[in-house]
Design a protein around this ligand. Sequence first.
Ligand SMILES: [Cu+2]
Length: 445
Amino acid sequence: QSGTYWYHSHSGLQEQMGHYGPILIDPKDADPVGFDREHVVMLSDHSPLHPHAIFRKLKLEPGYFNRQRQTIGGLLAGRDQKAGERAEWGAMRMDPTDIADVTATTYTYLVNGHGPADNWTALFKPGERVRLRFVNASAMTTFNVRIPGLAMRVVAADGLHVRPVEVDEFQFAPAETYDVVVVPIEDRAFTIVGESIDRSGMARATLASRVGMTAPVPPLRRRPVATMTDMGMMAMGGGDCPPEHAAMGHCVPSGGGHSMEHSMRDFTPAPGVKRGPGVQTISPMPADRTDYPGQGLEDVGHRALNYRMLEALAPNPDTRAPGREIVIHLTGNMERYMWSFDGMKFAHVDKPIPMRSGERVRVTLINDTMMGHPIHLHGHFFELVTGKGDHAPRKHTVLVQPGGKVSWDVTAQPGDWAFHCHMLYHMHAGMMQVVQVRDAGGKVA
Ligand SMILES: [Cu+2]
């Protein structure tokens, strides 16, 4: 094993207090990535508040840190949702500007521990191939990363090599890592922009040919607003859903808050989910969104990475078809800051998810909430099911888009493995489980 990784405390909320750092493992043989120099670019989020204070505020008022709610001004200017749509979301007690739980109102976004004003600088000589090892070591922040003026060739994801793919921007969630190679030709500075997904703030660093140089820092772009697709209603709307299709469950007709609210309270698509106050909504039609670059990147006007652009460089080590499928719903109640798998928070779960050593299992994650969740399984790489055959991209963390679903195949390794959302406060609230892998005799070996 080689590549870009990171370590962090799993004790309480220490990760938010700075107990993390990068881990780089050089390959023992020749590196398939050609580069002349390398830099670690570790993004994180820092707050002067104690993490327990942040969690308490979220529990009392989940929108506490959101200062970008919709306004009458935004309605009139056409920036925000239309009045009827807003009423429907209001009836659901959902806020479409709820893109991030914790924002720049308390966070400073850091690059390698430095705030935006510090101008942390990575040096290069013009013409060099520079490998940047991006690590998202934040507690709660999904970042949009770009370097205006430079194309980024993505060469590794979560530490493992992928077929090089060139993009202008990528979104990554807590725990994900991407290695990119850039080739700055000019003798000048470039700004490395790590914009938080809700665009309340940014991490900023500089790539420069000499110390002390700076480049223009682009302004924050307009914050995205969640859509029907983020609610798991892909085909919803207008005349697209005739009654006969609706009856077959192919789509959900629009027409007033009634049908929307009704369809999102229907547990039929989620028979394994425990009903209760912890489950605010069920996605009526969760879609495979692995071709989606992430909230706010659908219309940026340049190339943005998505999971379907990833393909493993080496053939997958295990190409057996899975023997069974486990479906897990990512559930929550945004109003009460409750997060869980299948409607059961970790404190209430009485048994682990069992797997047999060496067993090949397909895991399908369905997001019944309107937030993205980076789901991480300890001790494994899994193969994303995106049609890449025996070169499926292998990851340890996958961002499940709002209202979306993702499948991956995994070869179970013996042991007890934490399995959780990598949003720290989601995990703390209970979005966690244990995968227990045993041999036929019930032993770990
Ligand atoms: Cu989460």
